[in-house]
Design a protein around this ligand. Sequence first.
Ligand code: ZN
Ligand code: ZN
Length: 186
Amino acid sequence: MKYKIFLISIGDVQETILNEISSGLQEVFGTISVSILPRSVSLPKSSFNSYRQQYNSSVILDHLQKLFNFPTQTKVLGIANVDLYVPELNFVFGEALLGGNVAVISLKRLFPEFYGHSPNHELFVSRAIKEAVHELGHSFGLSHCENKRCVMHFSNSILDTDAKEKYFCSQCKSKLYLLGVNVAQS
Ligand SMILES: [Zn+2]
Ligand SMILES: [Zn+2]
């Protein structure tokens, strides 16, 4: 199957950040093409919860799915700069439909400043790449992995994100291979 990954900004996201995430994804996904859609999507008003002051990521996924009638081998990853949540959790770094074609990540909690630390662009970008690979992994059909170094390990906090690598472990790679997704060796 010929897979394609597209990134799209949701709301206001700097183009340089999209470019940096895109090249990180390209390193991980190898021969699968990664590109940035030349338009952005506004945050759907209905996703905002004024009580929580956060955006419901499932509503955003719905919105993306309605906007783009892509085949399942096309994966669209939305990048947002606002805090996301699902009703059961305080926040999420991102969400994806398992085996679906839409995913979203939030940059909000990836900035060291969010935790009271000094800015560190390299750290921020590496976190964004890991979260992007993780959600795309779900959209390719992968569940969470117990290996703490694997990108498919669940991040409960930013410490988990920092502990893992941007790559799939060998087990997740073989699962992907069985699903028809061949990613580059790391
Ligand atoms: Zn996950
Ligand atoms: Zn794994």
